[in-house]
Design a protein around this ligand. Structure first.
Ligand code: PLP
Length: 401
């Protein structure tokens, strides 16, 4: 071997890479092992057993008694499925500018031929229940067919209060459907499809569910099924009826992502073994410790309202004149950790710490240690002591069991 080819080889880095972006998240070994299986006949009895278990188990995670459909697609596919299965060309929908993901969903809705009323926002707050109630009260002709909300805005670390939004819709007496994107909250932040009267819940595999990317979901209410019967937007691949027929016996209308479904079966088991309430409390506690670190460093966070702080990620603002992407590059190079970049209008101005998925106290301390080392190495003005502040929060409130 020549010296040249040896020097072209990437340098080995000891220890595990820290993947602390707010999704995809770290896939636990138990899930990796569960997926390490030969592919099977997706029309045979072994698959049927797997299909039945996964489709039943998902109901516990979404907290619904109704059907949950699984697509071999990223979360974006499930956004489209929610819209095309329930709405018709020209239908009015209300969406809220909470951040980058809400903006992308709105752009999709517009491209699909919907009439989107996009309520402007400052990317620091979630959806205001009073604002929603007024919108619906003002719509005397009942032209609004759906309200679409991103539960946890992954670009900002702001969590909208779905129960309060449901109550606002109920007070208005408006019949619009409620659709909620839980791609970065399901399995990490409290969420109840049935209790909160959500009509379509959109989710994805690669965040709180701890799976690789590649699966996405729609949980469907009776009211959404009724809308589906008359909805006229073009649909084929995403059609719920085509999916629900074979799902009734554990099968899929086309080749499913079998090995991801093995992983999903394991992920559901892990979430239920830990207990969903424990999972949510764990995430909330890590959010609090991360915010304590940010405050100690003297870095402002994007979320403006404590009632909307996210348990799955925290977005931190850079001091003026300092580039967040340069800081992230220094941290990746120096400490082998990936942090989330600022998206859309926040590019370069913020970085995002993902603290969701298969994540514990020591993962958090390692993550925050990497940030604190990176702030120093990159010459970003800050006070030391963020890690210590987080340790104090964790010590004061031991993880519950
Ligand atoms: C990640 C994410 C998406 C996009 O999902 P993809 O799997 O990348 O298509 C949409 N909405 C939210 C809230 C997200 O966090």
């Amino acid at each position: 071997m020549t010296t040249e080819s040896r020097s072209n080889r990437p340098q080995r880095r000891a220890g595990r890479h820290f993947l602390q972006i707010p999704g995809p998240t770290n896939v636990p070994d138990r899930i990796l092992r569960a997926m390490d299986m030969p592919t099977i006949d997706h029309r045979g009895p072994d698959f049927q057993q797997l299909g039945r278990e996964v489709l039943a188990g998902l109901k516990s995670v979404f907290r619904t008694g109704g059907p949950v459909v699984v697509y071999p697609a990223s979360g974006t596919g499930a956004w489209e499925a929610a819209l095309v299965n329930t709405l018709s060309p020209g239908d009015r929908v209300v969406m809220f500018e909470t951040g980058h993901f809400a903006t992308l969903w709105r752009e999709m809705a517009t491209r699909l031929g919907l009439d989107v009323d996009f309520v402007p926002g400052d990317w620091r707050r979630g959806v205001d229940p009073a604002r929603l109630e007024q919108k619906l009260r003002d719509d005397r002709e009942r032209r609004i067919k759906a309200v679409c909300v991103v539960h946890n805005e992954t670009s900002t670390g702001v969590t909208s209060r779905i129960a309060a939004l449901r109550a606002a819709i109920d007070r208005s007496g408006h019949p619009a459907l409620l659709m909620v994107d839980t791609i970065s909250s399901l399995g990490s932040i409290d969420y109840r499809h049935d209790e909160w009267g959500v009509d379509v819940t959109v989710a994805g595999s690669q965040k709180g569910l701890m799976l690789p990317p590649g699966l996405s979901f729609n949980a469907i209410s009776d009211k959404a099924m009724a809308a589906h019967a008359t909805a006229r937007l073009q649909r084929s691949y995403w059609d719920w009826t085509a999916m629900l027929g074979p799902n009734a016996t554990g099968f899929f209308p086309y080749t499913p992502a079998t090995n991801l479904l093995y992983g999903l079966r394991e992920a559901i088991a892990m979430l239920l073994e830990e207990g969903l309430e424990t999972v949510f409390a764990r995430h909330a506690r890590h959010g609090a410790a991360t915010r304590a670190a940010a405050a100690a460093w003297g870095l402002e966070i994007v979320a403006a309202d404590p009632a909307e702080y996210s348990g799955s990620l925290t977005a931190l603002m850079m001091p003026d004149g300092h580039d967040a992407d340069r800081l992230r590059a220094v941290i990746l190079e120096g400490f082998d950790m990936s942090l989330g970049q600022g998206l859309g209008r926040l590019k370069g101005r913020i970085f995002r710490i993902g603290h969701l998925g298969d994540f514990n106290d020591l993962t958090l301390i390692g993550t925050l240690g990497g940030v604190e080392l990176g702030l120093a190495r990159a010459g970003v003005p800050h006070r030391p002591g963020g890690v210590q502040a987080a340790l104090s929060v964790l010590a004061a409130a031991p993880a519950g069991r």
